[in-house]
Design a protein around this ligand. Structure first.
Ligand code: BG6
Length: 489
């Protein structure tokens, strides 16, 4: 890895401390960060470089770790207010100093790990101070207009969800991003794309020849995707109450899991081909009218939510959403996709179930037909793996059938669950690989769908259904699927 600078805006926040820094540290331990790198935390509070690194060591309980101590020598701090140029100007001096030390322009990554209402201000200041152009403003000025010099080669911008609150604000943010950075510099992070099991979907579907022939409406009855979290909103009330489960999880993680099932085979393993197919899958979701929203989209709120810290006492924010979607393409015409995501669920479970059509071969009719067709379960987390439910002969002298599971477990096979999603995300940003990052059009399509739901909900005066903590959501979510003669598996 060539030398790089990794600037984290929002360096004292939860994301920086508990996801980004540990991921960078882990890559360091793994020898993946190269010989020379600089991590710069940018935030309001007053710290020296050492005090900031110390605070991180405390927070991560790594003080005594010798490897951490060596890593921490690469950590710097820049105090600054997001809306004041001063901090950015000082940052420029720091970054120029790093370039001088290396004797070359080094790649600069700006990671926006702040609450989203700061994005615009930070982008404006990166632009105004020409930090966005890389290699120092003096160099940028000297090179302005010169042929063959691509200033965008030295800077990358990573930005965390939520990108906007609806289609309009997402488009607005995207315009601002593209005013300052080119698409090839922008890394829109959805950490679910970095999960080992989600990445495996491409390999599993397309590196095996047996799935593709049956991956269509002739063989698949329905698809169920569950994103369940045992935890509630914890201390994130201020953020969550203004966002809700639909925007927090469904717009991004849930729809990306959907895309992993619904997408066609990319022409190649390149960022454009893979992202083309993901985008096409999301675009193909049948648009929802207001009536569809009332009929096919369910929301819920766990009881006690309005008493949570920093939550409005008359909040109508959903902590659960379930939906029935259709995909308007030849492959999946008329196959319902049932998706659900909720907080305070019975347990942590993120999984995809592909339920094949029930078949009862004439040979076995009198010995009992399976209640369900074959079920392929892709366990994203926990207990990462894949199970295929098939029919087998029950051992014994009589002929009787029973459903059994053929199981692949990451843990059993590889002895571990794979690399942490943020490590993969960080590494790909540093390597300049955009495959696992959302392209602008992907987001546009997902926000188009989510905005249809939000609009439908605005006109729905009914009170929001509640559900018990530790359950699987409101009764309405069961009705949604049961009225089609199916159940959540
Ligand atoms: C985040 C959401 O993007 O993903 C959180 O904002 C959610 O609400 C989290 O808890 C889930 O991520 P993971 O990796 O813990 O499953």
């Amino acid at each position: 890895m060539s030398p790089f600078v990794f600037v984290i805006f929002g360096a004292t926040g939860d994301l920086a401390q508990h996801k980004l820094l540990p991921a960078l540290f882990s890559l360091y331990k793994d020898g993946q960060l190269g010989q020379k790198f600089y991590i710069v935390g940018f935030a309001r509070r007053d710290f020296t470089d050492e005090a900031y690194a110390h605070m991180l060591g405390d927070e991560l309980e790594l003080h005594k770790d010798e490897v951490w101590q060596a890593f921490a020598k690469n950590i710097y701090y820049q105090q600054g207010f997001f809306d004041q140029e001063h901090g950015y100007q000082e940052l420029i001096l720091k970054l120029n100093g790093f370039d001088a030390e290396i004797g070359a322009c080094i790649t600069r990554v700006f990671y926006l790990a702040t609450p989203p209402d700061n994005y615009e201000t930070i982008l404006q200041n990166l632009d105004a101070t020409k930090l966005s152009e890389g290699c120092g403003p003096a160099f940028a000025e000297a090179m302005a207009g010169k042929q063959g010099v691509d200033l965008s080669a030295w800077t990358r911008l990573a930005i965390e969800k939520p990108f906007g609150k609806d289609l309009n604000t997402a488009r607005e943010l995207d315009r601002k991003l593209s005013d300052v950075f080119e698409e090839k510099q922008i890394y829109r992070v959805d950490h679910y794309l970095g999960k080992e099991t989600v990445q495996n979907m491409l390999a599993f579907r397309f590196a095996n020849s047996i799935f593709e022939p049956v991956w269509n409406n002739r063989h698949i009855d329905n698809v169920q995707i569950t994103f369940a979290e045992k935890k509630g909103i914890g201390t994130r009330g201020k953020f969550f109450d203004g966002v809700g489960m639909l925007r927090d999880v469904a717009q991004n993680h849930l729809l990306q899991l959907f895309a992993a099932v619904a997408m066609d085979q990319p022409k190649s393993f390149t960022k454009e081909s893979v992202r083309d197919e993901r985008a096409k899958a999301i675009k193909a979701i049948r648009p929802l009218t207001r009536e569809d929203v009332l009929k096919n989209i369910v929301r819920g709120q766990y009881s006690g939510y309005m008493q949570e810290k920093d939550v409005s006492t008359d909040s109508r924010t959903e902590t659960f959403a379930a939906m029935k979607l259709f995909v308007d393409n030849d492959r999946f015409a008329d196959v319902p996709f049932y998706l659900r995501a909720g907080k305070e669920m019975e347990r942590d479970l993120v999984e995809i179930k592909v339920i094949f059509k029930q078949t009862c071969h004439i040979l076995f009719k009198e010995y009992g037909c399976p209640e369900l067709g074959n079920v392929l379960t892709i366990r994203i987390q926990p207990d990462e793996g894949i199970t295929l439910r098939v029919m087998a002969k029950n051992p014994g002298t009589k002929l009787a059938l029973q459903a059994v599971d053929m199981n692949f477990s990451y843990h059993q096979t590889f002895g571990h669950h794979g690399v942490d999603a943020y490590e993969k995300i960080m590494l790909d940003i540093l390597k300049g690989d955009q495959i696992l990052f959302n392209r602008s059009d992907e987001l546009d399509y997902s926000w188009t769908l989510i905005s249809q739901i939000l609009e439908g909900w605005t006109t729905d005066a009914q009170s929001i259904p509640t559900y018990k903590k530790g359950s699987w959501g409101p009764q309405e979510a069961f009705d949604l699927i049961e009225k089609d003669g199916r159940t959540w598996l």
